[in-house]
Ligand binder design. Structure first.
Ligand code: M6R
Length: 364
């Protein structure tokens, strides 16, 4: 059942090219996005003035990444909330808005409660859900299924990757109908999304270097992940993967926040992972990496092929293929998933069933 892999997590990591391919294939027909199955019309997208994204855990991290993409591409405000916060803060939901609930299981208690709250207030809900017929899928007004297939490992990988794709497709279609991108850009962005499965595969092919590095750092006590913008969203998920299955304390920080407190934690030998996929933020994050290095941190740099000057600063560098910057999360997350996995294996932990955690959190 594990298809020759030692753990479900490793199997699911390797299923990502297919999961992404299947999700793209479900909604892209002849080079255009088709949301008929979702029930979402161009008319509805055109009238949208605000988007609220609500989710928990990794699905929330998808929302964090999606906000940068949606706001920049579609030019409407996007708010992202943890479901457990949203439901208790009496949120202000404006007309002509939509609430997007992202959930692999479709059964997460707080996410479901957030969905019900939105509906009570008369705001339509778009569910981005993996499990067919789950509660969130049934109660959503629009349903965009991800095609990851069953995910067994508690740590999500392939569902997360397909959720990202769902948000890209939504952004590209909304941008088209709202006229914030032209037809050529629309076609190009879709074509780029279609290259992602191949590029994810290429990233997976480099896994041995990550495995080697992970075994070296398996005894680390703390790991910090830093990045700005989309790279911050990637850092959040990288950090969660690490702590959830390897039990190493890890934190993600918006790189610009380091100086506001966190940098006092940096001491000799602490591992700091810098994520740098966004050109306009590269130098900024790099200078934060220089700062922590001068305080003794050991640096891993995660960037795209071509940015070889990272090696002047980072002690260990990992490269992912180039893609449209909006979609960088899909590639940069792969080495971080592998790192969490291999650290957990090196420590001899129960990778697929980490202590204290359940696959789907159906109680508050
Ligand atoms: O089923 P859901 O997507 O609603 O689950 C949300 C979180 O519980 C989930 O993403 C959790 O954070 C994962 N274990 C992270 O790997």
């Amino acid at each position: 059942e594990k298809g020759g892999y030692e753990h479900f997590m490793l199997k699911e990591i390797h299923e990502q090219p297919k999961a992404v391919q299947d999700t793209v294939g479900a909604y892209v027909k002849d080079g255009a996005i088709d949301f008929t199955e979702v029930g979402l019309t161009d008319e509805t997208l055109k009238n949208l003035e605000r988007i609220y994204i609500v989710a928990c855990g990794s699905a929330y991290h998808v929302g964090m990444a999606a906000r940068y993409v949606l706001e920049d591409m579609v030019r409407i405000p996007v708010e992202v909330d943890l479901a457990s916060e949203f439901r208790y803060r009496n949120p202000i939901l404006v007309p002509n808005s939509i609430v997007i609930v992202i959930s692999q299981s479709g059964e997460t208690a707080d996410s479901l409660a957030a969905l019900r709250l939105a509906k009570e207030r008369g705001i339509p809900v778009l569910g981005i859900v993996n499990v067919v017929g789950s509660s969130i899928a049934r109660e959503s007004d629009y349903i965009l299924y991800t095609y990851a297939g069953p995910e067994i490992s508690v740590a999500t990988t392939k569902a997360y990757s397909t959720q990202l794709i769902a948000t890209y497709l939504l952004a590209v279609q909304a941008a088209k109908v709202k006229g914030t991108i032209d037809d050529k850009r629309y076609t190009d962005l879709i074509a780029e999304i279609q290259t992602l499965p191949g590029k994810i595969q290429k990233t997976l092919d480099d896994k041995e270097r990550i495995q080697w590095f992970a075994s070296k750092y398996a005894n680390a006590k703390d790991i910090f992940f830093i990045g700005r913008g989309i790279d911050y969203a990637i850092s959040l998920e990288g950090s969660l993967k690490m702590k959830e299955i390897s039990y190493i304390h890890s934190e993600a920080y918006a790189a610009g926040e380091l100086k506001h407190g966190t940098i006092s934690l940096i001491e000799d030998g602490i591992l700091v992972v810098g994520v740098l996929t966004q050109k306009n933020l590269f130098e900024k994050t790099l200078s934060n990496m220089v700062e922590v290095k001068s305080r003794g941190a050991y640096l891993m740099g995660l960037t795209t092929y071509g940015n070889y000057n990272i090696e002047d600063t980072a002690d260990f560098s990992v490269y992912v293929p180039k893609t449209e910057e909006y979609f960088a999360t899909s590639l940069a997350i792969i080495p971080l998933q592998l790192m969490g996995y291999y650290v957990s294996v090196a420590k001899g932990l129960d990778v697929d069933k980490p202590r204290n955690l359940a696959k789907s959190v159906t109680v508050e």
